[in-house]
Each structure stands twice: as structure tokens, then as C-alpha cells.
Design a protein around this ligand. Structure first.
Ligand code: SF4
Length: 324
């Protein structure tokens, strides 16, 4: 699994005696094996963090000499403390059939996008598209994303920075959330080339369904008098200044708001509070993907502005956490 020797070098170089291991859900099956291997080879005590790990925005402190974080690239703008990001690399790219499936749906000028997991495929896919007659742009990284063409569910810079140079996008990856954000932020077609399913698809239906759902959430929150503004404690999600601004904005419009600070944003922890609607300044995915799990409407900050009349629905914006 990956380059274990580099991890062992870092452990020795820092003279660590205790090592914390943080895994995203998709890599949990590797946790016991890796803890055993590191423990045996480095002679250290490993502690596996059993809290969920959602991104490089979410690297909590642990009572250890070194934290080894897997599955995400560090966010360039954050200062991590005693953290080593263990890079597993991308899986081998054996078959470009899923890219070929996307070709008939692609315009001439294409923005190529992907996630951390598949970022090593970008040069080969770019070359493949160019051979098929496409002009390909790969947006450079910014202060929150580490790799060219990489998307986060909270940062679409690599898509928006090339929007005037492309007529549509090819997103290489699984799931709809990342390409959906692009489709909403930039009014150009987005084609998903899914390496796991080996197929390609357009996103129009998903975009329409999610926008209808967001419109419904905004409508449900229109008469709310008391808003709960959620702020995350996670290192790359905390937006306390924004929360304070939103609270003032609510008051300017004759509504009330209180700020709720929490680590893991979960519907169970928000039960019982006398608020009419939530505004989430933590991970932007929560309001969109987990919406149905919440009894009260949960809005993103730009949606809250629509509720208050500060923004029009036609200027709907996908929420991003940008580092300037
Ligand atoms: Fe991913 Fe959300 Fe963290 Fe952004 S804030 S990196 S979308 S988990």
C-alpha cells in the first residue's frame, strides 16, 4: 500500500513514538493493516482516529507525536501541525473507454477537471483528448487546492479560472457533487466520465433536480424568524467572520440569529434548538447532499441572502470556501 518507506522515514526523522492515523471512510478497510505494519516496522504505538475524516479541511489534533493523514492533498493555505500527508497516488489508468464514451458529448474547447484521487491521470487524458481534436485547458491550482484541474466540493477555482477559454467541461471521477457545482457556477455543459462505471453522462437532470430542491429550501425558510448559523471548528471549514456578518445581516432585515459552533455537523446534534431554519457556513456539501436528513430547512450562505432579499434567485450561487 503506497510508499510506506516514506512514512517510516518521516516517523524516524521526527523521532516519533506515537503516531495517529486518519482515514477517509473509503480507506477504513486499510486502517488495521497499516497500523499493524507501521507499529511493527517503526516500533511506535499507532492510534487510529475513529472520527470521520472528510477532507484536508478536517485534520483534527491528536495526542500523538505525528499524525499521518491519508486520502487528501494538503490545502496550501492551511498550517498543519505535525501532520504528514501520505500520498497513495492514483490507481493505474488501464483503459480510456470512459473518456471515449464522453467524446461525442464534448465541445471543441474543453476544461479538464478531476479530484485528488485521479489527478495523476490528467496529462494522459489531456493528450488523449487532444489527439481526438479537442483543445484542452487545465486550470492551475489556488491557495486551497494543490493540483491543476483538481476540484473540491468547496472550491471550483480550477473550473472558473478557465471558463472564458472553454465551451464545456469534462469531469473525470465518480459521483455528481463536484461536477454539479461546476454546472451551477458556470453555465456551460459538464460531462462526467466515470472510471468506475466505465461510462459517461451529462448532468442536466441532476442540476435541475438539485436547483428545484434548493428553491424549495429557500421557500420553506422565507418566513423563518430565528436562524441558527452553524460554524464548524474544523481547521479548513471555520468561517466565523462570515457567520458574524450573516447574523448582522439577519438583524438588519428584522430577523434574529444565533451562532452555533460545532465539530461534526449532524442533524442529531441540532435537535431541540428553537430555531426555524439553519444557515450552514461549514462544508458546503452538507446543505446540498444531506438536506433531507434535516427537519428544518438548512441553507448555504448565498441561499440565506436570497431569503433575506439581498440576492435574487436568478443570481443563485453555489457556496464555496475560498482562501484569498
Ligand atoms: Fe471537502 Fe467539504 Fe472539506 Fe471542502 S469543506 S474539502 S468539500 S469536506
Amino acid at each position: 500500500m503506497g510508499d510506506i518507506d516514506r512514512v517510516l522515514d518521516v516517523i524516524r526523522g521526527r523521532n516519533a513514538k506515537t503516531v495517529g492515523l486518519q482515514f477517509p471512510v473509503g480507506l477504513r478497510t486499510k486502517a488495521v493493516e497499516l497500523a499493524q505494519e507501521i507499529g511493527a516496522k517503526a516500533g511506535v504505538t499507532c492510534i487510529v482516529s475513529a472520527d470521520p475524516s472528510f477532507g484536508a479541511c478536517d485534520v483534527p489534533e491528536m495526542p500523538v507525536d505525528l499524525i499521518v493523514h491519508l486520502g487528501h492533498a494538503p490545502m496550501p493555505h492551511l498550517r498543519y501541525n505535525r501532520v504528514f500527508f501520505y500520498d497513495l497516488g492514483s490507481p493505474p489508468l488501464n483503459d480510456l473507454g470512459f473518456v471515449d464514451a464522453a467524446l461525442p458529448m464534448l465541445p471543441k474547447r474543453v476544461g479538464l477537471l478531476t479530484t485528488y484521487q485521479f489527478r495523476e491521470w490528467v496529462p494522459a487524458i489531456k493528450e488523449h483528448l487532444e489527439k481526438a481534436g479537442r483543445e484542452v485547458r487545465v486550470g492551475p491550482p489556488d491557495r486551497r487546492v494543490a493540483y491543476a484541474g483538481q476540484l473540491l466540493g468547496c472550491d471550483y477555482h480550477t473550473a472558473t479560472v478557465v471558463q472564458d477559454e472553454v465551451d464545456g467541461y469534462l469531469y473525470v471521477g465518480t459521483g455528481d457533487f463536484h461536477p454539479l457545482g461546476v454546472a451551477i457556477l458556470v453555465d456551460k455543459p459538464v460531462v462526467v466520465a466515470d472510471p468506475e462505471r466505465g461510462e459517461a453522462r451529462r448532468l442536466d437532470d441532476v442540476k435541475d433536480r438539485i436547483l428545484r430542491q434548493r428553491h424549495g429550501a429557500i421557500t420553506r425558510a422565507r418566513d423563518a424568524q430565528m436562524f441558527g448559523i452553524i460554524v464548524s471548528k474544523k481547521i479548513g471549514q471555520v468561517r466565523m467572520e462570515m457567520a458574524a456578518d450573516l447574523k448582522r445581516l439577519a438583524e438588519k432585515h428584522g430577523r434574529a440569529a444565533e451562532i452555533f459552533l460545532m465539530d461534526l455537523v449532524s442533524p442529531d446534534f441540532l435537535e431541540g434548538y428553537r430555531v426555524d431554519a439553519w444557515v450552514n457556513t461549514a462544508c458546503p456539501r452538507i446543505a446540498i447532499e444531506d438536506y433531507l436528513q434535516y427537519k428544518k430547512p438548512i441553507l448555504t450562505p448565498p441561499e440565506f441572502e436570497i431569503v433575506l432579499g439581498e440576492r435574487n434567485w436568478k443570481d443563485y450561487q453555489f457556496d464555496e470556501i475560498r482562501a484569498y
